[in-house]
Design a protein around this ligand. Sequence first.
Ligand code: ADP
Ligand code: MG
Ligand code: MG
Length: 252
Amino acid sequence: MSVLTIKGLRASIDGKPILNGVDLILKSGEVHALMGPNGSGKSTLANVIMGNPRYEVTGGTIDLDGTDILALPVHERARLGLFLAFQYPVEIPGLSMAKFLRRAAETRLSQGQNLRVSSFLKGVRADMDRLSFDKAFLNRSLNDGFSGGEKKRAEILQLLTLKPKLAIFDETDSGLDIDAIKSVAAGIDHMRGPDFGALIITHYRRILDYLAPEFVHVLFQGRVVLSGGNEIVRELEERGYDWVKEGYGEAG
Ligand code: ADP
Ligand code: MG
Ligand code: MG
């Protein structure tokens, strides 16, 4: 079992404090949802966990199974089994998706050894079926000219290929049609099990209805101000964030 323990995490961008003491524990075998108003620091938290150097960590700790990951660069965090699905995926013209997936898998799964191409591609094709993702995309440049839904399917395909221990999805469901949301949810659901945990950052109930997370957290002004179960999602849908702001805001 893997455990990611975040304690008192503080982070800034360009000298502006964004995270003001985040406490959160994610374990494999669990799916967590993270909600919160725009600007509350959700993407910042995802980026800091993954090690994006633009964000300055000014306090607190992040520990993965006894390793202080704040000291590690992004690729080493990925090698330890962390995965971040970006809100705005990068396009890499000239690198086919098949090649990209194979390189990424070789780094993550076999310490740089070469994978057997035929059996590797067989697994990737099965995963593409699972996501209703046209196999013609394997030969296309990664994300180059992909629609929103195709980019998200490509991301989930990376997830299924890399088999991380803990994955973070930053608004992966935003702007997707219903079929694409279902594919994304099916991919995450396929990973589910004792060796996999997820943090789903979202504004919407739909993906959470599919995934039924065990825990729901609300981030506000750079802190987790509320944690509980699915009832929080219903409450937010009915009442919006005003009650959170009133209860936990600077003036509250
Ligand atoms: P959320 O994902 O919850 O909407 P973010 O983490 O994106 O929140 O942003 C939190 C705050 O940090 C916002 O006030 C935002 O304007 C600011 N911020 C985020 N990224 C940057 C950046 N690259 N440069 C300057 N400010 C940023
Ligand atoms: Mg935002
Ligand atoms: Mg965000």
